[in-house]
Design a binder for this molecule. Structure first.
Ligand SMILES: Cc1cc2nc3c(=O)[nH]c(=O)nc-3n(C[C@H](O)[C@H](O)[C@H](O)COP(=O)(O)OP(=O)(O)OC[C@H]3O[C@@H](n4cnc5c(N)ncnc54)[C@H](O)[C@@H]3O)c2cc1C
Length: 206
């Protein structure tokens, strides 16, 4: 059965579990927004007291002006130092963690069925998705490919099965994977006009 066939419930029996380590809280916040067909367990910032919580430096900041990068790193280090002081003075970890930046690293376990994974990949492999979560789904696709190239081939940006791009942010067509729907509708209008001139009517909705 094809994972894109009408009876999508069949592929809900195919289940994968991923250990996801060292990603930022920015990523995990996006990931756990997925609800259907997916379960998460995430490392607690409440019950785990951190000696030195790891953080992430985005490439754009790493490659930015030296002064900006240094200020970013100082800010993160000072948040972490304050966390240590708060915990050291008896403030519970669940409150001290309020100073953690979004760049704090975290670990999760994600179990998902194939139907949900195809849906999530459609959104997160799109070039409009945030770079870190997009990278995660590229790695997930790679892992699925090693198990089954057939199943892995269904993990694609949503425009691939749709045949067009529906992202507002790509109206200028800078992402070339599929034509933007505005272009598709324009092409359809041209075709309808040409058909009308030839005495034929095309269906109103493509
Ligand atoms: C590029 C991008 C930008 C985003 N920006 C923002 C943002 O600025 N702000 C923000 O808040 N969120 C944002 N999100 C998150 C987004 O709104 C969704 O919450 C997230 O992608 C989860 O997807 P989903 O709703 O398809 O949920 P999933 O749980 O993956 O659901 C899968 C499908 O099941 C169905 N479904 C699931 N639950 C229900 C339900 N309760 N009732 C009916 N049908 C249901 C829907 O058809 C849904 O599409 C963004 C996501 C992306 C990919």
């Amino acid at each position: 059965m094809s994972p894109r066939c009408r009876s999508g419930s069949t592929i809900e029996h195919v289940v994968f579990t991923f250990g996801i380590t060292g990603v930022s809280r920015t990523l995990s916040h996006q990931l756990v927004r997925h609800r259907a067909g997916v379960a998460f367990d995430q490392q607690s910032q409440r019950y785990v007291t951190y000696k030195q919580a790891a953080t992430m430096l985005p490439h754009s900041i790493a490659e930015a002006d030296e002064d900006l990068r240094a200020r970013y790193e100082d800010q993160v280090e000072s948040s972490m130092a304050l966390y240590g002081e708060l915990v050291g003075s008896g403030i519970p970890g669940e409150d001290a963690r309020f100073v953690f930046p979004n760049g704090t690293r975290t670990n999760l376990v994600m179990t998902t069925n194939l139907r949900a994974l195809i849906h999530m990949s459609g959104l997160r492999l799109c070039t409009m998705a945030q770079w870190e979560i997009r990278r995660l789904f590229q790695l997930i696709r790679h892992e699925i490919f090693t198990v089954s190239p057939f199943l892995g081939s269904f993990l694609a940006p949503k425009c691939v099965p749709l045949g067009y791009c529906d992202e507002m942010g790509n109206r200028d067509g800078h992402c070339p994977i599929r034509p933007h729907k505005d272009r598709v509708l324009e092409a359809w209008a041209d075709k309808a006009k040409a058909a009308r001139a030839a005495g034929r009517e095309l269906p109103v909705q493509p």
